[in-house]
Design a protein around this ligand. Structure first.
Ligand code: AMP
Ligand code: MN
Ligand code: MN
Length: 350
Protein backbone atom coordinates (compact mmCIF):
# COMPACT_ATOMS: atom_id res chain seq x y z
CA UNK A 1 0.00 0.00 0.00
CA UNK A 2 1.42 3.38 -0.92
CA UNK A 3 1.37 5.99 1.84
CA UNK A 4 -1.19 8.20 0.13
CA UNK A 5 -3.64 5.35 -0.38
CA UNK A 6 -3.41 4.50 3.30
CA UNK A 7 -3.82 8.17 4.21
CA UNK A 8 -6.90 8.49 2.08
CA UNK A 9 -8.65 5.79 4.04
CA UNK A 10 -8.01 7.85 7.18
CA UNK A 11 -9.57 11.02 5.86
CA UNK A 12 -12.70 12.30 7.51
CA UNK A 13 -15.81 10.91 5.85
CA UNK A 14 -16.97 14.39 5.02
CA UNK A 15 -13.89 15.10 2.92
CA UNK A 16 -13.93 11.66 1.36
CA UNK A 17 -17.45 12.10 0.09
CA UNK A 18 -16.63 15.56 -1.18
CA UNK A 19 -13.64 14.25 -3.07
CA UNK A 20 -15.86 11.80 -4.84
CA UNK A 21 -14.70 8.54 -6.29
CA UNK A 22 -11.69 9.99 -8.09
CA UNK A 23 -9.32 10.03 -5.16
CA UNK A 24 -6.13 11.95 -5.68
CA UNK A 25 -2.40 11.53 -5.92
CA UNK A 26 -1.29 14.31 -3.57
CA UNK A 27 0.12 12.91 -0.32
CA UNK A 28 -1.52 13.99 2.92
CA UNK A 29 1.83 15.28 4.11
CA UNK A 30 1.87 17.80 1.23
CA UNK A 31 -1.62 19.05 2.10
CA UNK A 32 -0.56 19.33 5.74
CA UNK A 33 2.49 21.34 4.80
CA UNK A 34 0.34 23.65 2.65
CA UNK A 35 -2.04 24.27 5.56
CA UNK A 36 0.92 25.01 7.80
CA UNK A 37 2.46 27.50 5.37
CA UNK A 38 -0.86 29.24 4.77
CA UNK A 39 -1.74 29.21 8.45
CA UNK A 40 1.37 31.12 9.50
CA UNK A 41 1.25 33.69 6.65
CA UNK A 42 -0.33 37.13 7.08
CA UNK A 43 -0.17 37.86 3.40
CA UNK A 44 -0.60 35.34 0.60
CA UNK A 45 0.32 36.18 -3.00
CA UNK A 46 -1.47 34.26 -5.73
CA UNK A 47 -0.42 33.90 -9.36
CA UNK A 48 -1.83 31.99 -12.31
CA UNK A 49 -0.47 31.39 -15.79
CA UNK A 50 -0.34 34.12 -18.42
CA UNK A 51 -3.32 34.69 -20.73
CA UNK A 52 -5.40 32.99 -18.06
CA UNK A 53 -8.19 30.60 -18.95
CA UNK A 54 -11.19 29.75 -16.78
CA UNK A 55 -9.24 27.15 -14.82
CA UNK A 56 -6.27 29.39 -14.04
CA UNK A 57 -8.23 32.50 -13.07
CA UNK A 58 -11.22 30.67 -11.58
CA UNK A 59 -9.11 28.51 -9.28
CA UNK A 60 -7.06 31.47 -8.14
CA UNK A 61 -10.04 33.73 -7.40
CA UNK A 62 -11.89 30.95 -5.56
CA UNK A 63 -8.96 30.42 -3.21
CA UNK A 64 -8.50 34.21 -2.91
CA UNK A 65 -12.06 34.54 -1.59
CA UNK A 66 -11.44 31.92 1.07
CA UNK A 67 -8.06 33.28 2.16
CA UNK A 68 -9.59 36.75 2.43
CA UNK A 69 -12.41 35.42 4.60
CA UNK A 70 -9.74 33.88 6.85
CA UNK A 71 -8.41 37.39 7.45
CA UNK A 72 -5.34 37.08 5.21
CA UNK A 73 -4.13 39.92 3.05
CA UNK A 74 -4.51 38.55 -0.45
CA UNK A 75 -2.95 39.79 -3.64
CA UNK A 76 -3.63 37.99 -6.93
CA UNK A 77 -2.30 38.56 -10.41
CA UNK A 78 -0.97 37.09 -13.65
CA UNK A 79 2.13 38.14 -15.51
CA UNK A 80 0.87 39.40 -18.85
CA UNK A 81 2.66 42.38 -20.37
CA UNK A 82 -0.73 43.89 -21.14
CA UNK A 83 -2.67 43.18 -17.97
CA UNK A 84 -6.34 42.60 -18.78
CA UNK A 85 -8.83 39.92 -17.83
CA UNK A 86 -10.02 38.30 -21.07
CA UNK A 87 -13.54 39.44 -21.97
CA UNK A 88 -14.75 35.83 -21.70
CA UNK A 89 -13.83 35.77 -18.01
CA UNK A 90 -15.04 39.20 -16.93
CA UNK A 91 -18.15 37.63 -15.42
CA UNK A 92 -16.01 35.98 -12.74
CA UNK A 93 -16.57 37.49 -9.29
CA UNK A 94 -13.65 38.61 -7.14
CA UNK A 95 -11.75 40.60 -9.75
CA UNK A 96 -11.33 43.48 -7.30
CA UNK A 97 -8.71 41.25 -5.67
CA UNK A 98 -6.54 41.38 -8.82
CA UNK A 99 -3.58 43.72 -9.11
CA UNK A 100 -1.37 44.32 -12.16
CA UNK A 101 2.02 42.55 -12.05
CA UNK A 102 3.90 45.77 -11.21
CA UNK A 103 1.94 46.02 -7.95
CA UNK A 104 2.64 42.41 -7.02
CA UNK A 105 5.01 41.91 -4.05
CA UNK A 106 8.58 41.64 -5.33
CA UNK A 107 9.54 38.89 -2.88
CA UNK A 108 6.41 37.37 -1.33
CA UNK A 109 6.63 35.46 1.91
CA UNK A 110 4.21 32.87 0.52
CA UNK A 111 3.14 32.54 -3.09
CA UNK A 112 0.67 30.02 -4.53
CA UNK A 113 0.60 29.33 -8.27
CA UNK A 114 -2.46 27.98 -10.12
CA UNK A 115 -2.62 25.89 -13.29
CA UNK A 116 0.90 26.87 -14.32
CA UNK A 117 2.87 23.90 -15.63
CA UNK A 118 6.19 25.72 -15.67
CA UNK A 119 7.91 28.64 -14.07
CA UNK A 120 7.97 30.39 -17.46
CA UNK A 121 4.18 30.25 -17.75
CA UNK A 122 4.08 32.80 -14.92
CA UNK A 123 5.41 35.40 -17.35
CA UNK A 124 6.30 38.69 -15.67
CA UNK A 125 5.65 37.13 -12.26
CA UNK A 126 8.35 34.49 -12.66
CA UNK A 127 10.92 36.84 -11.05
CA UNK A 128 8.61 37.46 -8.08
CA UNK A 129 8.18 33.69 -7.82
CA UNK A 130 11.92 33.11 -7.88
CA UNK A 131 12.30 35.55 -4.97
CA UNK A 132 9.39 34.17 -2.91
CA UNK A 133 10.30 32.38 0.30
CA UNK A 134 7.76 29.59 -0.14
CA UNK A 135 6.02 28.66 -3.39
CA UNK A 136 3.09 26.23 -3.39
CA UNK A 137 2.37 24.91 -6.88
CA UNK A 138 -1.23 23.79 -7.45
CA UNK A 139 -1.57 22.16 -10.84
CA UNK A 140 -2.81 19.18 -12.85
CA UNK A 141 -0.50 19.18 -15.87
CA UNK A 142 1.30 15.85 -16.32
CA UNK A 143 4.28 17.81 -17.67
CA UNK A 144 4.63 19.78 -14.42
CA UNK A 145 7.95 18.71 -12.93
CA UNK A 146 7.21 20.60 -9.73
CA UNK A 147 8.97 23.93 -9.47
CA UNK A 148 8.55 25.84 -6.23
CA UNK A 149 8.99 24.57 -2.68
CA UNK A 150 5.81 22.49 -2.35
CA UNK A 151 3.97 20.59 -5.08
CA UNK A 152 0.22 20.01 -4.90
CA UNK A 153 0.17 18.40 -8.32
CA UNK A 154 -2.34 15.76 -9.38
CA UNK A 155 -2.25 14.84 -13.06
CA UNK A 156 -5.39 12.73 -12.63
CA UNK A 157 -7.44 15.85 -11.78
CA UNK A 158 -9.51 17.14 -14.68
CA UNK A 159 -8.87 20.73 -13.62
CA UNK A 160 -6.81 22.72 -11.15
CA UNK A 161 -10.22 23.80 -9.85
CA UNK A 162 -10.67 20.31 -8.38
CA UNK A 163 -7.52 20.78 -6.31
CA UNK A 164 -8.56 24.32 -5.38
CA UNK A 165 -11.86 22.94 -4.06
CA UNK A 166 -9.98 20.43 -1.89
CA UNK A 167 -7.70 23.13 -0.57
CA UNK A 168 -10.73 25.27 0.31
CA UNK A 169 -12.31 22.46 2.37
CA UNK A 170 -9.02 21.67 4.04
CA UNK A 171 -8.66 25.32 5.01
CA UNK A 172 -12.03 24.99 6.71
CA UNK A 173 -13.80 27.04 4.05
CA UNK A 174 -16.98 26.24 2.18
CA UNK A 175 -18.67 27.14 -1.07
CA UNK A 176 -20.83 30.15 -1.70
CA UNK A 177 -22.17 31.16 -5.07
CA UNK A 178 -19.22 33.39 -5.95
CA UNK A 179 -16.62 30.80 -5.02
CA UNK A 180 -18.58 28.10 -6.82
CA UNK A 181 -18.88 30.25 -9.95
CA UNK A 182 -15.10 30.61 -10.06
CA UNK A 183 -14.52 26.89 -9.57
CA UNK A 184 -17.22 25.96 -12.07
CA UNK A 185 -15.56 28.15 -14.70
CA UNK A 186 -12.42 26.08 -14.24
CA UNK A 187 -14.16 22.73 -14.25
CA UNK A 188 -16.31 23.42 -17.27
CA UNK A 189 -13.46 24.98 -19.26
CA UNK A 190 -10.97 22.18 -18.76
CA UNK A 191 -13.44 19.36 -19.35
CA UNK A 192 -14.74 21.02 -22.52
CA UNK A 193 -18.22 21.26 -20.98
CA UNK A 194 -17.97 17.76 -19.53
CA UNK A 195 -17.12 16.27 -22.93
CA UNK A 196 -13.47 15.28 -22.54
CA UNK A 197 -12.38 11.87 -21.27
CA UNK A 198 -11.23 13.60 -18.08
CA UNK A 199 -14.91 13.87 -17.09
CA UNK A 200 -14.96 11.30 -14.28
CA UNK A 201 -17.71 10.70 -11.73
CA UNK A 202 -15.72 12.96 -9.38
CA UNK A 203 -16.06 15.78 -11.92
CA UNK A 204 -19.83 15.45 -12.00
CA UNK A 205 -19.98 15.14 -8.22
CA UNK A 206 -18.03 18.35 -7.87
CA UNK A 207 -20.28 20.02 -10.44
CA UNK A 208 -23.28 19.00 -8.38
CA UNK A 209 -21.81 20.61 -5.26
CA UNK A 210 -21.12 23.79 -7.21
CA UNK A 211 -24.50 23.99 -8.91
CA UNK A 212 -26.21 23.44 -5.54
CA UNK A 213 -25.00 26.89 -4.47
CA UNK A 214 -27.43 28.40 -6.96
CA UNK A 215 -24.99 29.44 -9.65
CA UNK A 216 -26.32 30.06 -13.16
CA UNK A 217 -24.90 27.41 -15.46
CA UNK A 218 -26.78 28.92 -18.42
CA UNK A 219 -25.28 32.37 -17.90
CA UNK A 220 -21.79 30.98 -17.39
CA UNK A 221 -22.07 28.91 -20.59
CA UNK A 222 -23.22 31.94 -22.56
CA UNK A 223 -20.34 34.08 -21.26
CA UNK A 224 -17.77 31.41 -22.01
CA UNK A 225 -18.89 30.08 -25.38
CA UNK A 226 -22.02 31.54 -26.83
CA UNK A 227 -21.15 35.14 -27.52
CA UNK A 228 -18.50 37.09 -29.41
CA UNK A 229 -18.09 40.40 -31.23
CA UNK A 230 -19.07 40.52 -34.91
CA UNK A 231 -15.39 40.73 -35.87
CA UNK A 232 -14.86 37.16 -34.75
CA UNK A 233 -17.01 35.90 -37.61
CA UNK A 234 -14.88 37.85 -40.09
CA UNK A 235 -11.63 36.60 -38.58
CA UNK A 236 -13.00 33.07 -38.48
CA UNK A 237 -13.88 33.41 -42.16
CA UNK A 238 -10.26 34.35 -42.93
CA UNK A 239 -8.97 31.43 -40.85
CA UNK A 240 -11.30 28.95 -42.56
CA UNK A 241 -10.46 30.37 -46.00
CA UNK A 242 -6.87 29.18 -45.57
CA UNK A 243 -7.45 26.02 -43.56
CA UNK A 244 -5.38 23.05 -44.74
CA UNK A 245 -5.91 19.32 -44.42
CA UNK A 246 -2.74 17.31 -44.84
CA UNK A 247 -1.37 13.88 -44.08
CA UNK A 248 -0.31 13.87 -40.43
CA UNK A 249 1.74 11.45 -38.37
CA UNK A 250 -1.28 9.24 -37.65
CA UNK A 251 -4.24 10.14 -39.81
CA UNK A 252 -4.83 13.66 -41.04
CA UNK A 253 -3.78 17.00 -39.64
CA UNK A 254 -5.93 20.09 -40.09
CA UNK A 255 -4.43 23.49 -39.48
CA UNK A 256 -4.79 27.20 -40.02
CA UNK A 257 -3.47 30.51 -38.75
CA UNK A 258 -4.71 33.93 -37.72
CA UNK A 259 -2.52 37.01 -37.99
CA UNK A 260 -2.47 40.25 -36.02
CA UNK A 261 -3.54 41.99 -39.23
CA UNK A 262 -6.65 39.76 -39.47
CA UNK A 263 -7.68 40.92 -36.00
CA UNK A 264 -6.65 44.56 -36.35
CA UNK A 265 -9.19 45.14 -39.12
CA UNK A 266 -11.97 44.46 -36.59
CA UNK A 267 -10.25 45.53 -33.37
CA UNK A 268 -10.56 41.96 -32.19
CA UNK A 269 -8.56 41.13 -29.03
CA UNK A 270 -6.34 38.07 -29.11
CA UNK A 271 -8.32 36.35 -26.35
CA UNK A 272 -11.39 36.15 -28.60
CA UNK A 273 -9.60 33.50 -30.70
CA UNK A 274 -9.76 30.84 -28.02
CA UNK A 275 -12.77 28.99 -29.45
CA UNK A 276 -11.51 28.69 -33.02
CA UNK A 277 -9.58 25.50 -32.33
CA UNK A 278 -12.88 23.88 -31.30
CA UNK A 279 -14.30 24.50 -34.76
CA UNK A 280 -11.19 23.33 -36.58
CA UNK A 281 -10.77 20.18 -34.50
CA UNK A 282 -14.23 18.88 -35.50
CA UNK A 283 -12.79 17.71 -38.81
CA UNK A 284 -13.50 13.99 -39.22
CA UNK A 285 -10.54 13.47 -41.53
CA UNK A 286 -8.04 14.83 -39.00
CA UNK A 287 -6.52 13.20 -35.94
CA UNK A 288 -4.64 16.37 -35.02
CA UNK A 289 -5.79 19.99 -35.24
CA UNK A 290 -3.57 23.05 -35.01
CA UNK A 291 -4.31 26.77 -34.88
CA UNK A 292 -1.50 29.32 -34.95
CA UNK A 293 -2.54 32.61 -33.39
CA UNK A 294 -0.33 35.68 -33.69
CA UNK A 295 -0.45 37.62 -30.43
CA UNK A 296 -0.09 41.38 -29.98
CA UNK A 297 3.69 41.06 -29.66
CA UNK A 298 3.97 39.18 -32.96
CA UNK A 299 4.70 35.76 -31.43
CA UNK A 300 2.74 32.71 -32.56
CA UNK A 301 0.70 30.99 -29.88
CA UNK A 302 0.21 27.46 -31.12
CA UNK A 303 -2.89 25.53 -30.03
CA UNK A 304 -2.90 21.80 -30.71
CA UNK A 305 -5.54 19.13 -30.19
CA UNK A 306 -5.47 15.36 -30.64
CA UNK A 307 -8.30 12.84 -30.76
CA UNK A 308 -6.12 10.43 -28.78
CA UNK A 309 -3.71 8.63 -31.09
CA UNK A 310 -1.04 11.35 -30.93
CA UNK A 311 0.43 12.87 -27.76
CA UNK A 312 0.39 16.57 -28.64
CA UNK A 313 1.47 17.36 -25.07
CA UNK A 314 4.80 15.62 -25.67
CA UNK A 315 5.30 17.42 -28.99
CA UNK A 316 4.51 20.82 -27.45
CA UNK A 317 6.72 20.14 -24.44
CA UNK A 318 9.60 19.36 -26.81
CA UNK A 319 8.98 22.73 -28.44
CA UNK A 320 9.14 24.61 -25.16
CA UNK A 321 5.46 24.54 -24.19
CA UNK A 322 3.34 21.88 -22.58
CA UNK A 323 -0.15 20.74 -21.80
CA UNK A 324 -2.01 17.47 -21.88
CA UNK A 325 -2.04 14.42 -24.16
CA UNK A 326 -5.01 15.73 -26.15
CA UNK A 327 -4.68 19.52 -25.70
CA UNK A 328 -1.43 21.41 -25.61
CA UNK A 329 0.32 24.52 -26.78
CA UNK A 330 3.54 26.48 -27.07
CA UNK A 331 4.92 29.80 -28.26
CA UNK A 332 6.86 30.08 -31.51
CA UNK A 333 8.96 33.03 -32.62
CA UNK A 334 9.49 31.64 -36.14
CA UNK A 335 7.22 32.22 -39.15
CA UNK A 336 4.16 30.13 -40.02
CA UNK A 337 5.91 27.72 -42.39
CA UNK A 338 8.92 27.25 -40.14
CA UNK A 339 6.68 26.76 -37.11
CA UNK A 340 4.64 24.13 -38.92
CA UNK A 341 7.77 22.34 -40.13
CA UNK A 342 9.10 22.07 -36.57
CA UNK A 343 5.72 20.92 -35.30
CA UNK A 344 5.41 18.23 -38.01
CA UNK A 345 8.84 16.95 -36.98
CA UNK A 346 7.88 16.68 -33.31
CA UNK A 347 4.44 15.19 -34.01
CA UNK A 348 6.18 12.51 -36.06
CA UNK A 349 8.03 11.47 -32.89
CA UNK A 350 5.06 11.84 -30.50
P1 AMP B 1 -4.81 26.29 -25.54
O1 AMP B 1 -4.60 25.70 -26.89
O2 AMP B 1 -4.25 27.66 -25.41
O3 AMP B 1 -6.24 26.17 -25.10
O4 AMP B 1 -3.94 25.41 -24.53
C1 AMP B 1 -4.17 24.03 -24.41
C2 AMP B 1 -3.33 23.50 -23.29
O5 AMP B 1 -1.96 23.66 -23.59
C3 AMP B 1 -3.56 24.19 -21.97
O6 AMP B 1 -3.98 23.22 -21.06
C4 AMP B 1 -2.26 24.79 -21.56
O7 AMP B 1 -1.94 24.33 -20.29
C5 AMP B 1 -1.25 24.27 -22.54
N1 AMP B 1 -0.46 25.38 -23.11
C6 AMP B 1 -0.87 26.27 -24.02
N2 AMP B 1 0.10 27.15 -24.33
C7 AMP B 1 1.17 26.80 -23.59
C8 AMP B 1 2.52 27.31 -23.44
N3 AMP B 1 2.95 28.39 -24.14
N4 AMP B 1 3.33 26.69 -22.56
C9 AMP B 1 2.91 25.61 -21.85
N5 AMP B 1 1.68 25.08 -21.95
C10 AMP B 1 0.81 25.65 -22.80
MN1 MN C 1 -4.90 26.65 -18.06
MN1 MN D 1 -6.14 23.53 -16.15
Amino acid sequence: MTPDVRDRADRPARLESRNGAGGGTIPESAWDRALHLIGRADEVALACHVTPDGDALGSMLAVAFVLRSMGKRVVASFGDRIFAVPRLLRFLPGQEMLVPPEEFPAAPELLITFDSSTFERLGLLSDNTARAREVIVIDHHPSNAGFGTLALIDATAAATAMLAEQLIYRLGGGLDRDIATCLYAGLVTDTGSFRHSSTTPAVHQMAARLVATGLRTDEIARELWDRSPFGLLKVLAAALERVTLEEGPTGGMVWTYITRVDRAAYGLPYAELEGIIDIVRRTDEAEVAVVLKEDDQGAWQVSTRSKGAVDVGAACAALGGGGHHNAAGYTSHAGVEETMAALRRELGKA
